[in-house]
Design a protein around this ligand. Structure first.
Ligand SMILES: N[C@@H](CCC(=O)N[C@@H](CS)C(=O)NCC(=O)O)C(=O)O
Length: 228
């Protein structure tokens, strides 16, 4: 692989790769995109990310970075032009990292479990997701974006929720994003999706529906102990 330039190894439906694409676009960084098949991993991915063997991987002038949230911070620190993704105040920055971690552990994990389960287990997963979103609703109150007046790191981390959760809700016949329960989140979804560049490069709903329909049926017995 050439040493110069920026390359992103991603997977079309990966919310983790998507946040990196958004960050590079917002910063105006030109890059080569390399599509990976995470179900049949290439030698390149295994060489670039031997530790986790996951996408996204960013390669910048031959330096290799894995883990999307770390990549977002690297992008912000390397391309210091606007928009700044991380808050400038150390406490606010720590809080952004805290809520990003929380959203991954509590919203994404429980939401995905709700997609891949049914019955009592799904009900519990839906409740856990809603409980976690109640916390994010509080974080958002009075702000246009999680980053304040403009889209920042935390918005990009939570961004999957805006376009992916409605698809999961439909596929798994569940209601999570209730606008009467989450008015701030509802407004944020509209603000986020209408922000320039955010909706440009998303996979189509039909393609995501097909993918998650099959994925949920495939992983249900493997990870959640039952067919759906
Ligand atoms: N914590 C990682 C998660 C990355 C991740 O789970 N990527 C998935 C695609 S959505 C992947 O590469 N999966 C392959 C595997 O789990 O073996 C990040 O933030 O980058």
């Amino acid at each position: 692989m050439e040493k110069e330039g920026v390359k992103l190894v991603g997977f079309w439906v990966s919310p983790f790769a998507q946040r990196v694409k958004w960050a590079l676009k917002m910063k105006g960084v030109e890059y080569e995109y390399i599509e990976e098949d995470v179900w049949n991993k290439s030698a390149l991915l295994l060489e670039l990310n031997p530790v986790y063997k996951k996408v996204p991987v960013l390669v910048h002038n031959g330096k290799v970075l894995a883990e999307s949230r770390i990549i977002l911070e690297y992008i912000d620190e390397t391309w210091k032009n606007a928009p700044l993704l991380m808050p400038q105040d150390p406490y606010e920055r720590a809080m952004a990292r805290f809520w990003a971690d929380f959203s991954e552990k509590k919203v994404l994990e429980a939401g995905f479990e709700a997609l891949c389960t049914r019955g009592e287990r799904q009900e519990k997963a839906v409740s856990s997701t809603i409980e976690a979103l109640e916390k994010l609703e509080q974080v958002l109150k009075g702000k246009k974006f999680l980053g304040g007046d403009s889209v920042g790191y935390l918005d990009l981390v939570v961004g999957w929720l805006a376009y992916m959760m409605p698809i999961w809700e439909e596929l798994a016949s569940m209601k999570i994003l209730d606008s009467s329960k989450f008015p701030a989140l509802d407004e944020w979804i509209n603000n986020f999706l209408s922000h320039p560049g955010i909706k440009d490069d998303l996979p189509t709903e039909e393609k995501m529906k097909g993918y998650f329909y099959h994925l949920s049926r495939k992983v249900a017995p493997l990870f959640y102990g039952g067919e759906i």
